[in-house]
Design a protein. Structure first.
Length: 278
């Protein structure tokens, strides 16, 4: 059974997301009548979702392909298989998307990928962190807003700069920042979605001249574009990875239309739709 036939038996949807589009998307899907299981990585991300009888939150990183397969199997064993899986994870969460694509492909489980837009405006796109070597950063106050895991590589590729970092408030992030050699007074830990005024005050306090962020296409990239424009800062963006081949990718409007049954791109899905016409 696949695609159009699924909605006859199941009103369940598995959404993998974070704190970007996830909470709003979840509310829109609930309003359509979907029963949701939402997977997030951290307890802090779970707090962004409003409680509902039709919403189950799972907290924790997926255990690779085995974790994806286990979740799909558990839903089937409970008699409520997922009609569709929606991958709304961060564009740089490549492993999650690869695992979903591999398992859903093998099991003929419909998978939709939420595609974030390409934002316009002045910025220098870097295909890889190694390309920082070609950017004249000597003597610059460089703010690294790319997450903790890539700090060491970014610092090694921009040795002439004075490095500062904006990280998530987790022990692991701080440990990685210290291991990379960042000075403690050049590290700031802030929750996602922090107030624009707080972020602006941070770059002023450190006299930042250039920001290195990721081309996420989401609220964080929008924030750094606004700050760099208003403060006259240079903006470097690490180019987002390519999407998984063979996965049905849709922007937010098309995704919602498909899940509401208003689109036939592949096959429309609606929790309340009747059997397909003969």
């Amino acid at each position: 059974m696949h695609r159009a036939e699924m909605h006859q038996e199941s009103r369940r949807l598995w959404l993998l997301s974070g704190t970007g589009e996830g909470p709003v998307l979840a509310q829109q899907l609930l309003a359509m009548g979907w029963q949701l299981t939402v997977s997030v990585v951290t307890p802090a991300a779970a707090l962004a979702y409003s409680a509902s009888d039709d919403l189950t939150i799972q907290v924790g990183a997926l255990a690779g392909e085995a974790g994806v397969g286990a979740e799909l199997a558990a839903a089937r064993a409970a008699g409520h298989p997922y009609a569709v899986v929606v991958d709304a994870s961060h564009p740089f969460a490549c492993q999650v998307s690869r695992d979903l694509a591999a398992v859903c492909g093998r099991q003929q489980q419909r998978l939709l990928r939420l595609l974030r837009p390409a934002l316009a405006g002045p910025a220098t796109l870097l295909p890889a962190l190694e390309d920082l070597q070609a950017v004249p950063l000597a003597g610059q106050n460089l703010l690294l807003a790319i997450g903790a895991r890539q700090l060491a590589v970014a610092m090694a590729q921009s040795r002439g700069a004075r490095h500062h970092a904006r990280l998530l408030p987790t022990a692991n992030s701080l440990q990685q920042a210290m291991a990379a050699g960042l000075e403690p007074d050049r590290v700031a830990c802030l929750r996602p979605g922090s107030d624009l005024a707080v972020e602006r005050a941070l770059v002023r306090r450190w006299r930042i001249t250039t920001v290195l962020a990721r081309q996420s296409g989401g609220p964080t990239e929008q924030l750094w574009r606004r700050i760099c424009r208003s403060e006259g800062l240079g903006l470097l963006l690490l180019r987002r990875p390519q999407e998984q081949a063979g996965v049905e990718g849709l922007d937010a409007e098309a995704l919602l239309a498909t899940l509401a049954g208003r689109s036939v791109a592949g096959a429309a899905l609606s929790p309340d739709a009747g059997p397909p016409a003969p």
